[in-house]
Design a protein around this ligand. Structure first.
Ligand SMILES: Nc1nc2c(c(=O)[nH]1)N[C@H]1C(S)=C(S)[C@@H](COP(=O)(O)O)O[C@H]1N2
Ligand SMILES: [Mo]
Length: 407
């Protein structure tokens, strides 16, 4: 996403099938009017039929993506939370974010260079990478900008990624002891200007040597059992399980070991979280930190009616999740049940909670995830968020609004 900290100038007008709050206030003034509306074909269209029940639509549907954002990042293909029924996101529904061009690379021409502070610099073909040991990981990849804007709420998906682990390849090449960072370059590039120097620069991100050597980091060539789709980095991308999307460099062309810190755009200008932080002695300091590992987060995805109680369903991710709690209106936090993915460290957990005999009318639903270290997903008014001045890492609690019908 872009480099400034502006927020959307939200008009409050809802897009798509959902009706806005104002529609309800205007049209739902009397019980009769509301009943008439619920009976209408419009309401039938709003209440999307689920595979196994009826989804009650939220009032807070995200607005359409501004054209400028589609132009800047490509067809973003967002996750529609109300359709979240599968633990794995199909490839054709997986969101994409690309900051430069989307290179088309012929597999037989593909080369991955390993350069810099290694005893034996090397070039790998795709076939050579595929002959190496294969490893899989189910990992939820979320753009660090997700929920940073009203219109950007579906920049997340979960896939089974397969490839070969990076660490053995680095070790075989003979990492030199002075190596401090590993820089990953994509084949996509753009024109950048820094301190009036104009240059052509590939997409790039770096990891510290210890982070790059973590056993789960993959040179990935497969997504959900298919060759990596072109827009997701064909033929090879980096997969860094547990990190925000930006670390997962697509169209990977070069891996360079260096003794200096890399200061490219996506390390030092974009994907930098700026906060005012209160120190233990009470002083406030401004911090600028590179976006890295994912933070604890959850979302209420949908409310389903299957006869009997309503079910509130959602997902939680960002570290090892201990539990998810849900609050309706200003009631108590009630623990939800994890229904899927609990055994997987890097994948989201799906959760569900029965909502028995709620009153018809409007309600709010808020969820919060807690990780095994006791980190709680922060409330929207937590200083961690209110004193955060760039939109990345927006992991605050999300409140959904819903109107339950009178039947
Ligand atoms: N080469 C390259 N890799 C990239 C990017 C990019 O623009 N170029 N975007 C990053 C960002 S910001 C995100 S959120 C993820 C998105 O991955 P996806 O498009 O496969 O969902 O890719 C990351 N890897
Ligand atoms: Mo991103």
């Amino acid at each position: 996403m872009t480099s400034s900290n502006e927020r959307t100038n939200d008009t409050g007008i809802q897009e798509g099938a959902g009706l806005s709050r104002r529609d309800f206030l205007v049209r739902g003034g009397s019980m009769l009017a509301l009943l008439a509306m619920i009976d209408s074909p419009l309401f039938a269209r709003m209440a999307g039929a689920a595979d196994d029940g009826e989804v009650i639509p939220f009032l807070d549907r995200p607005p359409a993506t501004p054209d400028a954002a589609v132009k800047a990042y490509g067809e973003l293909n967002r996750l529609d939370w109300q359709k979240l029924t599968q633990w794995i996101t199909p490839n054709d529904q997986f969101f994409t974010v690309s900051h430069y061009n989307r290179p088309v690379i012929r597999p037989e021409e593909y080369k991955l260079e390993l350069t810099g502070l290694v005893k034996n610099p090397k070039t790998f073909t795709l076939a050579e990478l595929k002959r190496r040991p294969r490893q899989e990981v189910v990992f939820t990849l979320e753009c660090a900008g997700n929920h940073g804007f009203e219109w950007f709420t579906g920049g997340i998906g979960t896939a089974k990624w397969a490839g070969t682990p990076l660490a053995p390849l680095l070790k075989e090449a003979g990492l030199k002891p002075e190596g401090l960072e590993v820089i990953f370059f994509g084949a996509d590039a753009g024109d950048e200007e820094v301190r009036s120097v104009k240059m052509r620069q590939e997409f790039s991100r770096s990891l510290s040597v210890p982070d790059a050597l973590r056993p789960e980091v993959l040179l990935c060539y497969e997504m959900n059992g298919e060759p990596l789709p072109q827009e997701h980095g064909f033929p090879v991308r980096l997969i860094v399980p547990g990190w925000y999307g930006v670390a997962n460099v697509k169209w990977l062309s070069r891996v360079d070991v260096t003794d200096r810190r890399w200061a490219g755009r996506f390390m030092t200008r974009d994907y930098v979280t700026i906060r005012e932080e209160v120190q233990p002695d009470g002083r406030t300091v401004w911090t600028q930190k590179v976006v890295g590992p994912a933070r604890v987060k959850s979302v209420t995805a949908r409310v389903v009616y299957r006869g009997g109680p309503y079910q509130i369903e959602g997902a939680a991710w960002g570290g090892l999740i201990d539990r998810v709690e849900v609050r309706v209106d200003s009631g108590p936090w009630v623990p939800a049940t994890i229904t899927r993915g609990n055994e997987q460290y890097f994948a989201w957990k799906l959760w569900s909670l029965d909502w028995t005999d709620p009153a018809p009318g409007e309600h709010t639903i808020t969820s919060r995830a807690v990780d095994r270290q006791g980190n709680i997903q922060p409330a929207a008014d937590d200083p961690l968020l209110t004193k955060k001045h760039t939109y990345w890492e927006s992991n605050g609690q999300i409140t959904r609004r819903i109107l339950l019908p009178f039947f």
